[in-house]
Design a protein around this ligand. Sequence first.
Ligand SMILES: Nc1ncnc2c1ncn2[C@@H]1O[C@H](COP(=O)(O)OP(=O)(O)OP(=O)(O)O)[C@@H](O)[C@H]1O
Ligand SMILES: [Mg+2]
Length: 681
Amino acid sequence: MSTLAPLPPRPTRRPLAPQTIQEQQSRLVSLALLLILTGPGALMLAGLLAAFVQADRTQRRARWCALLGLAGLGVIAFRWGHLGATLASLTRTTQPLLGYLQPSLITPPPPAALPALFAQSWPDVRHFWLTMLLLAPLLALYLQNTRVKTAEDRERERLARDTARAQRALQRAQHQCATAPDAAGGSLVLGVPLGGDLAWSHGAWFTYPAANLGRHLVLIGASNTGKTETSKRLAYGAARTYGWRVFYLDCKGDEATAAEFTTAMHTAGIAHVAHFPSTTYDGWRGDSTAILNRLLAVLDYTEPYYRDMTKLLLSLAVDAPPGPPRSSEELLARLRLEHLLTLYRGHPEAQELTGLRKEDAQAAANRYRSFFRALRGGLDGRWAFEDVAAGYLLLKGLELRDQTASLGRYLLEDFAHYVAVRKPPDERVLLIIDEFPAIAVGGANAATLFEMVRFRGAGVIVTAQSYAGMGSDADRILGAAGGVILHQCADPERLLPRAGLQVSFQRRISVAERGMGRGVKEYALGEGSLAVQDSLKIHPDMVKRLQPGECVVIAGGAAQHIRVSRVRPPRRSPRRSPRPPRPAAPPVTPPLITDGIALDDATRQRCRTVAARRMPPRSSPAVPSPPPEAPAAPTPDPAPPPPRAGGPTPPPEAAAPISGPAAPPSLPRPADPGGSDIAEY
Ligand SMILES: Nc1ncnc2c1ncn2[C@@H]1O[C@H](COP(=O)(O)OP(=O)(O)OP(=O)(O)O)[C@@H](O)[C@H]1O
Ligand SMILES: [Mg+2]
């Protein structure tokens, strides 16, 4: 694992060990000798070059220096005849000076003759020292490498080298990501591995196996760190490589993500991506228990009395003859006590109804009325999870923020029912909940849902900005997750123990103090010890400094630092003739964002006919139609059947539009699984 640990602060000047002082002294001697041999000019230039080289952590300047030095050596060798003559002349003129060293062999010159001797040899000395300037780069490298370093200096250099190496690896990975294949070793490719012990790599690529994707994933990262890109890559791989259905519940409400997700699905080979709220969703599938569970997920109750009373009212409403409600209009009508009494006339439940206080029932009904009115028929549409290969559900634009959360929880409950009852057992599905905390407020009980769907072939990815943001269920959700992906975030400490610990060694050197007061000196005794200790495999600082697109994947007590590869849209053939511009589609108003669409009587009637055709056969006698309480659903559009993934990748322009009414499903709607209890999912 590449640990980009921070450099420790440089300490203030402190006493050096005797060995270090000794080394410094011998270096001074060698510098003095060099001064005489190569001259002050070469040594000063070498000093400047050494500082220049030292400032560069990448060693590039050192390499340039070595090249220049070798070139200088080459020039000297080329002009050796000239330099040789200078050296011979210098040897001749300075030979009498040897008399001071060996007076028995050579008579030394008198001191009065020395100035004349130096003046005579100066032209040769100057020529020699000027020539030595060519060796200044090599001298600089010598100075640089023989600099006396303390243990701290060496450690600092090692860390700087590691950092530079990690940065080079990251840059390489960035380039490599652009050529990432869809799959390697049969698993979807997520990106390029940069270091770690999670062995999911195949060749040069880091993969995310299907088995682990099906065991849920929690993706945490601060804003703009790459959570959505990573989710899109996983969504793309799940559809393209594993052939799963993929749904994206965007709790943040980002229109750009809608377009990108749709493009990613087109690239994966799914031609039609359902889009909510552009195309209204059918939230009324399943038996009365399933619908009751969905409705109960919508509201929060602080008072047990109101919770129990609302539960009773709702259960009576959804169980009322002739069967469960199939539209918000039908439900809201049933929540009126008088109407409910009409439905139960002659049934024993009518007795229970008379026990309900009218104003309490009215209060409960009003909460649902405001929720469904805000939706403007958004849940009375035609498509649901089982009808499409991919879908994008955008939670945005409701009048109140808590209604967005309510809608999210409603859809989550419907997803649970789809996975448990409506989905064929061998079919796999992935649900991505982007910015999960937006709907987690108020007890979504998501942890139970994740645990439940895991055994039925569904994987869930939740993204959040921080561990703390995941709410009170965080630990249970993490407990149910098979993996965690950490992008750059401020509080990774709670999650890093999941990657496990590693054995690390700590060298300790004994030191002794001598002297008193300001004269205290520290001496290394040459004794030491090696301490073995367990430390986190991933340093929290490393996670805090990840770049966008970089993340740490944690699973099964192991971790891998990776660079995520973005989904690349298919390239258009340059030889294709440009398409004629399409006629502009009539603007379609999403039902959740604007004031609903006013329906004329004919359209309303057509909707009723369609709804009646979709309803299960009614066994009980016809029911008087309730007075219209809520605006009716917008007209769903007809559309061709959505093809599954696996076919050739269609060009993006051939796919269904992402805004405006997307293609509603044409798969047959399954019969209501009557009799099953949602509690037994
Ligand atoms: N794998 C990647 N490769 C290259 N750049 C990336 C990658 N992932 C993210 N980025 C860059 O970071 C930006 C933000 O990414 P993204 O929208 O995925 O972040 P986010 O964590 O979802 O942000 P938010 O919390 O605001 O939704 C992208 O627009 C892109 O420029
Ligand atoms: Mg995002």
